[in-house]
Write a protein that binds this ligand. Structure first.
Ligand SMILES: [Zn+2]
Length: 436
């Protein structure tokens, strides 16, 4: 063994330990926050005044148990994840699969080996995660009445998701590898341009091509609700072209609504769980219109475009960072890659691990920004004099989803991209007074 490779192995061990320490710091921080939230939730017994009108003491207690169960599940899932990741990194499991992919690949090229490797790794990780996914859907969600999936639907859904995921990931990865390998010294600019274009294409075709593979979309039937929504859209000059209901209730009974579409062709999608049903769940028409006014607030304030721009700027910075350090061999050695330096592995190590502190800070800032956007969208609905039905809708949705509205401040600040219910209601009421 010559001197250089000894130094190489030594440096690689340092990078490996650095990555593992970063991962554990993040895990311990998240666990600390969850424990704070757990303790806070555990000692609450009184139903807050704002939600007394819609939630009985029993329902509130059920919501509390549901939120505690989700926190416990999250803890098991995270612990399982961190131990597994530590072992994979420590024992160089990914490099082992790389060697195997290389051996069975008749072509031996980097693009084809990377694709085989990615396929094998995602297949294995899907199976490793399966017991937890099954528990989450068929035990946890089932117990609180949210699971609407049959075993058959679940299996077929997972297979479809895996296939679609593989097609997109393998195509995208192949393009990325070719650009990094042949893009010259400024490859990161080409990489950025191409990934930007591809992500825009995916975002554009996703709702009309990919989403219908998984769920059934039907046009909202003619009637009072449809007319009222169309009136609201034309009053605000929102270029509504299609109005769908998605059968989200086949998957789970958590409810929502959203709009999508670039430029002058927008579609609104309502989850069927949002619509009023005989069992008392769902929203009345004026409440649905208030929820849509909130969504249209996001459109009016260009929140989607602002988020897209931030996403692309971030992507540029990530690729720039990658281009600066991707030739540093210990990055690959840290994961057990001593003889080969596949660019896809380098991209994964840099984006996922080395830039973790940057990603974490950025995520937190994006969560703060998202809460700001939510308040702006709420205020848009308030200006349309929909504060009162919006409050009713939020309370109804919280009840239907068994939301537990009591939060530890730090936990909430870190995790909640939407402002907590009680805070939203108090701001709605305050702003509504100004409009009258
Ligand atoms: Zn919103």
């Amino acid at each position: 063994m010559d001197e250089n490779s000894v130094v190489g192995i030594f440096d690689a061990a340092h990078v490996r330990d650095f990555i593992i320490i970063l991962l554990w710091i993040e895990f311990l921080w998240e666990t600390y926050l969850s424990i704070r939230q757990f303790k806070k939730a555990q000692c609450v017994t009184e139903v807050p005044d704002e939600i007394k009108t819609v939630m009985s003491k029993n329902e509130f207690e059920k919501a509390k148990q549901y939120s505690l169960a989700k926190l416990k599940f999250g803890f098991v899932k995270d612990t399982h994840g961190i131990i597994l990741t530590t072992l994979i990194i420590y024992y160089g499991a990914l490099a082992y699969f790389w060697d195997f992919s290389h051996d069975i690949n008749p072509v031996k090229g980097e693009v084809s080996t990377s694709c085989i490797w990615l396929f094998i790794v995602s297949l294995i990780s899907t199976f490793i995660d399966l017991p937890l996914t099954i528990y989450h859907t068929f035990v946890l969600e089932e117990k609180y009445g949210f699971n609407k999936q049959t075993a058959g639907f679940f299996v077929w859904d997972k297979i479809k998701a895996f296939i679609v995921n593989q097609i997109i990931t393998l195509l995208l990865s192949s393009v990325i590898i070719v650009i990094i390998k042949s893009g010259g010294p400024y490859f990161f600019i080409w990489l950025w341009v191409v990934v930007c274009i591809l992500s825009m294409v995916l975002l554009t075709i996703y709702p009309s091509v990919i989403a219908p593979l998984f769920d059934k979309y039907t046009p909202l039937p003619e009637g009072e609700l449809r007319t009222e929504i169309e009136n609201l859209a034309s009053q605000l000059k929102f270029p509504l072209t299609q109005l769908y209901v998605v059968e989200g209730s086949k998957r789970s009974s958590h409810s929502n609504a959203y709009f999508y579409g670039l430029f002058k062709s927008k579609r609104i999608v309502l989850f069927d769980t949002l619509l009023a049903k005989d069992d008392g769940t769902g929203c009345k028409n004026d409440e649905i219109l208030a929820v849509l006014s909130h969504e249209l607030g996001h459109w009016f304030h260009n929140h989607i475009i602002k988020n897209l721009i931030l996403m692309q700027v971030n992507l540029f910075l990530l690729f720039l960072g990658f281009s600066i350090i991707f030739k540093y061999k210990p990055l690959y050695g840290a994961l057990g890659f001593f003889n080969v330096q596949p660019v896809l592995v380098g991209l994964f190590v840099v984006l996922q691990y080395v830039m973790m502190p940057y990603n974490t800070v950025l995520n937190f800032l994006m969560t703060c920004l998202s809460r700001r956007f939510e308040f702006q969208a709420d205020d848009f609905a308030v200006q349309l004099k929909k504060a009162e039905p919006l409050e009713r809708a939020l309370l109804q949705l919280n009840k239907d989803n068994l939301g537990f509205p009591i939060n530890d401040n730090l936990y909430s600040a870190w995790h909640h991209s939407h402002p907590p219910l009680l805070e939203r209601i108090s701001v709605l009421r305050k702003n509504a007074k100004k409009v009258k």
